[in-house]
Each structure stands twice: as C-alpha cells, then as structure tokens.
Design a protein around this ligand. Structure first.
Ligand code: F6P
Length: 336
C-alpha cells in the first residue's frame, strides 16, 4: 500500500504534526509506504513528489507551516480544462504512474471539495480537516484553530493594558473568513466587551451604547473584537470601519489592530499537536480498513469520519444559540 499525502489551501499550525501522524502510523504500524506530494494538487500535475523515510518525519511535531508546501490550485476550475490540458485526467494518470493506492488530502473547505470530486472519479481518498477558521462541516474542531485562538487571545490580553492606560477603545480584527469562530473564542477568552461576527447582525448604535455605558460605570476603555468577515457599509476592512464608526459615535479615541497572518504562523499548541497526531493516525486507520471517500472528524470529542460528499460545499458557522454566545450575553457582552 502506497499513500500519497498532500497539503492544500492556507497553511496553519499542526499540518506537519498531521503529516507525521499519518506517516509514522503508516510506516511503523501498518508497514505502508508514504509519498509526499509538494504544493497541494499542483504537485500531482507536475509529479513533484518524494518518498518519505522515517527521517523525513523527524522534527515535524512542533514545526509551523507545511514541509510539503501548499497552493490554492483548483484542478476542477473552469471544467478542469486549461490551455487544452484536462487537469483531473492528468492527475488521475499521474496517481497511477506514481503507484499511489490512495490519497490523503489535508486541507480546508476547498481541499475537501476537490477530494470529494476525486473520490467521485474513483480515487481512494481520505480527507483531514485543517483550518484556523474552524468552519469545516462535520467536525467539532479542525486543527490550527486552537493555535490561532491562542495567538489572538494573547494579542487581546496585550491590548487591555494599553487600552486602559490611554483610556481608548481598541478594535482588533481577527481572521476567520466567513465564520466568527476565532472572534468568538478569542473574544471570550480575552475578555472582549464587544464581539462582532459575520453570522450575527450588528447595530452600530448598540455597539456605541455598550462602550458609553462602560464609560458611565467608570470603565473608560473597551476592547472590541471583530471578525474579518463582517459586513461593512463601504467595503472598508472590518476593523478599520468599526473603529472609525465607534470613534464618530462615541467621541472616544479609538485604534485598530489587524492581527493578520501571525494567526497562522508558528508552532501549534499542545491541543493542536495532539489533535493532528490523532487525526493523522485515524486517517491511516481508515486507509488500512479500506474506508475511502471520507473525512476524519472530531465528534463528541472522539475521532470519527463522515462522507466527503456531506462536507463539500457546506460551512459550519457560529449559531446564536452557541453556549459561549448565550453565556456572553448573560454577562453583558455585546454581540452586535
Ligand atoms: O482560511 C484561512 C485564512 O487565513 C482565512 O482566515 C483568511 O481569510 C484567508 O485564509 C486568507 O487567505 P490568503 O492566504 O489567500 O491570504
């Protein structure tokens, strides 16, 4: 059995730990071969690959990014044919030529969608959910999320002291694409006073009232956590837009911080290292059992899997009834 493994889409902490989890389990426990495919699906177009040895898997557990590199290559885009090249057909031929019995696709929503399409073409595929955004359908958590939340929480902690010293409003924009998970988890963990997410509509008057109420109660500074995906009136970036509107409505000096790619860089948290290791191991177990066309998932805190077809094209978004939202509201946090 020869496994091909690729990492696609935006990088995040924990990818290398997942590669290690798959690789070591496959080689040491099942006696399988593992071939690394470079730069996501692009490596299957160019046949840029390397057969792993045990040594290739050393030093990966706490290493950020992905040693296999990544790309946002979408082989099925425009019907799959670009400049006369039928990309899916070329990839199928290369999978055959490389002697790959199956493919492990580590990635976010786009990657799982591509994995589902290759599965429908008859390729033996197993997906592993990876994204800091935590928006992949069917899994409670994707690895990378906990690391991003921890980085964002530390940033919010640091903004508290400067906000309080200057009696300012500090707006922090965090990532998350169309989902508010990073804003919700880091906002709650960091003691944000206002948390705005794309899933919950906001009213700027409410946000301003919350900040002015705090001022009246002797709290002259506030922390506002904003997900990058919220709607803005004029197309401005979320953090910048909210900061200017707060300043205009309250008259309080307001500054914004855009956390950006630091949320995706560096070493994974212990939680993500263990989640990656467990998910990598579970993917290999699925392969050994011949259970293909599935994505590894965390359900009820346990490793499980769901059909790739169920994941493709769906997003897991924050819900009004999420216990952190409910609890936050009870404690006076403004969600818009
Ligand atoms: O999906 C992860 C993510 O970091 C999102 O939070 C963000 O919107 C996007 O990727 C940024 O993508 P890119 O790497 O293309 O700039």
């Amino acid at each position: 059995m020869r496994i091909g493994i690729l990492t696609a889409g935006g990088d995040c902490p924990g990818i290398n730990a997942t590669i290690r989890g798959v690789g070591k389990t496959a080689m040491l426990h099942y006696g399988m071969e593992v071939m690394g495919i470079y730069s996501g699906f692009q490596g299957l177009l160019t046949k840029e690959v390397e057969l792993f040895t045990e040594k290739s898997l050393s030093g990966l557990l706490n290493l950020g990014g992905t040693v296999l590199g990544t790309s946002r290559e979408k082989p099925f885009k425009k019907g799959g044919v670009v400049d006369g090249v039928d990309k899916p057909a070329l990839i199928l031929r290369h999978i055959d030529e490389l002697g790959l019995d199956c493919l492990v696709c580590i990635g976010g929503n786009g990657t799982q969608k591509n994995a589902a399409r290759f599965a429908a073409l008859g390729v033996n595929v197993v997906g592993i959910p990876k994204t800091i955004d935590n928006d992949i359908w069917g899994t409670e958590f994707s690895f990378g999320f906990d690391s991003a939340v921890s980085i964002a929480t530390e940033a919010i902690d640091r903004l508290h002291s400067t906000a309080s010293s200057h009696k300012r409003v500090m707006v922090i924009e965090v990532m998350g694409h169309k989902a508010g998970w990073i804003a919700l988890y880091s906002g709650m963990a960091g003691g944000g006073d206002v948390i705005l997410m794309p899933e919950l509509p906001y009213d700027l008057a409410n946000v301003a009232d919350t900040i002015l109420e705090r001022l009246k109660k002797g709290k002259p500074y506030s922390i506002v956590v904003v997900a990058e995906g919220i709607q803005t009136d004029d197309g401005r970036h979320a953090g910048e837009f909210i900061a200017r509107e707060i300043e205009r409505a309250t008259g309080i000096e307001t500054r914004e911080t855009v956390l950006g790619y630091t949320q995706r860089g560096g070493s994974p948290t212990p939680f993500d290292r263990n989640l990656s290791t467990r998910m990598g191991g579970h993917a290999t177990e699925l392969i050994a059992r011949g259970e293909f066309g599935r994505m590894v998932a965390l359900q009820g805190g346990e490793l499980a899997s769901i059909p790739l077809g169920e994941v493709a094209g769906r997003l897991k978004l924050v819900n009004e009834d999420h216990d952190l939202v409910v609890q936050g509201r009870r404690m006076g946090i403004c969600f818009g």
